[in-house]
Design a binder for this molecule. Structure first.
Ligand code: SF4
Length: 474
C-alpha cells in the first residue's frame, strides 16, 4: 500500500525490515497518516527527530521505530499508561473493495450493472427500499408477507426455494455481495428467543432477543452483522404466530419481567411499511409483562401511530452526531428526523428509549455529543424508558472488513486496543471519560431516566455509580 515506505525506511535508517516488522511499520504509518491527514515525509521527519533508531542497531532499530510510531498512533493512551504489546492489533493492510453492492444514496444510472443501490433514489435523498429479487420458502408461499411484497413490488421477480440455504449452495458468498438487495421470506424453525450474548467478562444488562429477521437495509460502517453474515440481503420470517406461540411458552417460565426486542440482528422498523411487523408485535406484547423494544435508525412509525399504544412498548432510536450519521450510518434517517419521530411516538403514548451506541471518540466529540443531548431534550420530554451508552467496540476481524467496505471511514483509527474479551475498544480511562461526560450532560436535563451501559465490565458500572441505580435493568 505504501509502496515507497520500505525503501524510505532503508534510506533514512539504514535498516531493512523483515516481513513482520514491515507489516507493523506500514500499518502504524498508514493509520497515523489517516488520523492526522499528513504525508509520509512528515512521519519520517518525526521518526528522525524522535526515535532513537539512528543510535540503535539490528532488532533494536526496529523497536525504536515501532515505539515512536506507537506513541504517535496512540497519543492519549501512551500519555497515561504503558501499552501492553498484546493489546495492539496490527494487521496487514489490504486493498479496498473496488466493486461492491452498496446503499450509498447516490446512484449513477449509467453504471447500474456493476454497483446498484439497495435504496431507490430520487432527488438524491429518497431512502425507500427496492428489492431486486425475492426468494420465498415454499412453506410460507401463502403468507401475508409474500402478498405484501407482491402488492408493493409487482415487477419484482420471485422464486420459490425449499429452504433459503439452497441459495447459498448455488451462490458462493463474497463480502462484496453483502448489501445486494435480495430478500428471503422464510419460515423460522429454531431460533425464536434467546438471551443477548453480551460479551465475555462483561456485565450483561439482561436483555432478550426476539429474533425476527437478519440483515438490514442500512449500511453502518461499524455494523457487527458484516462479520456474521454469509449471505447477501435480508431474511424476513413470515411465521409470526410460531414466534408468539414460543414466547407464550417461554413467558410462562419467567420469574420477573424482562426487556426484549427485535433490533439485535436487524433494524426493527426500517422495513415496517412492508413487513408490518409492528402491527402484529405491539398488540401481542402490550398484554405481556415485559418491556418490548423496537429499535431503529429509521422514521418508519406510520404503522405504530395507527395502533393503540402502551407504555411497556418502547420505541427506541440510536443517536449519534450528524457528522457520524452522514459518514458512518449510510441510508439511515438524520438525527433531526430520528428525534422528531421519537417525539411523535411519545405523543402517541409509547415509551421511548435512546441508545448512544456506538459512541465514537474523535476530536470534537465533546461538543458534538453534548449538542445531540441538548437537541434530544429540547424535542422529547423526559423521563424516557432508558438510555444506553456503549463506546465503539468490535472483534478485530471487523476492522479488516470495514477497511475493505468503507475505505473512507476513519473510526477504526481511533485509540482502540484489544480488551479482555479480545475486542477492540477504547482504553478504560477514555471510556470512563466518555461515559462520565455523557451521563453528566444527560443528568443536566433529566435525573430520572435509567442510564445503563452496553457491553461494559462491572468495574466500569461501579466507577460510574450505575450499579447503585435502583432501576438498574437487572
Ligand atoms: S442500523 Fe443497525 S443493523 Fe442496520 S446496518 Fe446499522 S448497525 Fe447494522
Amino acid at each position: 500500500m505504501l509502496e515507497s515506505l520500505k525503501q524510505t525506511i532503508e534510506d533514512n535508517f539504514s535498516f531493512r525490515p523483515n516481513k513482520n516488522q514491515f507489516r507493523d511499520i506500514e500499518r502504524l504509518t498508514f493509520e497515523i497518516m489517516r488520523r492526522e491527514k499528513i504525508h509520509l515525509n512528515q512521519i519520517i521527519d518525526y521518526l528522525k527527530n524522535n526515535s532513537k533508531a539512528a543510535k540503535c542497531s539490528g532488532k533494536d532499530k526496529f523497536f525504536a521505530i515501532k515505539n515512536s510510531l506507537l506513541n504517535r498512533r496512540f497519543p492519549l493512551t501512551t500519555n497515561k499508561e504503558k501499552i501492553d504489546a498484546k493489546r495492539i492489533f496490527l494487521t496487514q493492510l489490504k486493498k479496498p473493495l473496488l466493486d461492491k453492492w452498496q446503499v450509498n444514496p447516490i446512484r449513477d444510472k449509467s453504471s447500474e450493472t456493476t454497483t446498484t443501490s439497495l435504496m431507490r433514489i430520487s432527488n438524491g435523498v429518497n431512502k425507500e427500499f427496492n428489492p431486486l429479487k425475492v426468494f420465498v420458502e415454499k412453506e410460507v408461499r401463502k403468507s401475508y408477507l409474500v402478498d405484501n411484497f407482491k402488492k408493493m413490488f409487482p415487477q419484482v421477480e420471485m422464486e420459490e426455494l425449499s429452504y433459503y440455504s439452497e441459495y447459498l449452495k448455488k451462490n458462493k458468498f463474497h463480502i462484496s455481495q453483502l448489501k445486494k438487495s435480495i430478500v428471503f421470506i422464510v419460515k423460522e424453525k429454531w431460533d425464536f428467543i434467546k438471551p443477548c450474548p453480551c460479551t465475555k467478562h462483561h456485565l450483561s444488562c439482561g436483555y432478550w432477543i426476539f429474533n425476527l429477521g437478519f440483515g438490514c437495509p442500512f449500511d453502518c460502517s461499524y455494523c457487527f452483522l458484516q462479520q456474521y453474515t454469509n449471505f447477501p440481503g435480508l431474511i424476513l420470517p413470515a411465521n409470526l404466530d410460531d414466534f408468539f406461540e414460543k414466547f407464550d411458552r417461554f413467558a410462562g417460565k419467567l420469574k420477573k419481567p424482562i426487556r426484549i426486542g427485535t433490533g439485535e440482528f436487524c433494524d426493527s422498523l426500517a422495513l415496517d411499511d412492508i413487513t408490518q411487523y409492528s402491527s402484529k408485535l405491539i398488540p401481542y406484547f402490550k398484554e405481556k409483562n415485559v418491556s418490548f423494544e423496537l429499535k431503529t435508525k429509521s422514521t418508519q412509525i406510520d404503522n405504530l401511530l395507527k395502533i393503540k399504544s402502551s407504555p411497556n412498548i418502547v420505541i427506541s432510536w440510536s443517536l449519534n452526531p450528524p457528522s457520524i450519521i452522514e459518514k458512518e450510518e449510510l441510508a439511515t434517517a438524520s438525527l433531526e428526523e430520528r428525534i422528531e419521530a421519537a417525539g411523535k411516538a411519545q405523543t402517541a403514548g409509547f415509551g421511548v428509549g435512546f441508545h448512544f451506541d456506538p459512541i465514537i471518540h474523535f476530536q470534537d466529540w465533546k461538543n458534538q455529543y453534548k449538542e445531540v443531548i441538548c437537541q434530544l431534550y429540547s424535542k422529547v420530554k423526559p423521563p424516557f424508558a432508558w438510555i444506553s451508552l456503549g463506546t465503539l467496540r468490535s472483534n478485530r476481524e471487523l476492522k479488516t472488513i470495514v477497511e475493505s467496505r468503507f475505505p473512507q471511514s476513519n473510526i477504526f483509527y481511533g485509540e482502540l486496543l484489544l480488551g479482555e474479551d479480545k475486542k477492540l475498544r477504547y482504553p478504560r480511562f477514555l471510556r470512563k471519560e466518555i461515559y462520565s461526560k455523557l451521563i453528566e450532560w444527560i443528568r443536566e436535563y433529566d435525573t430520572k431516566t435509567l442510564v445503563y451501559l452496553c457491553m461494559e465490565n462491572k468495574e466500569m458500572w461501579e466507577i460510574l455509580g450505575l450499579l447503585r441505580n435502583t432501576t438498574a435493568p437487572f
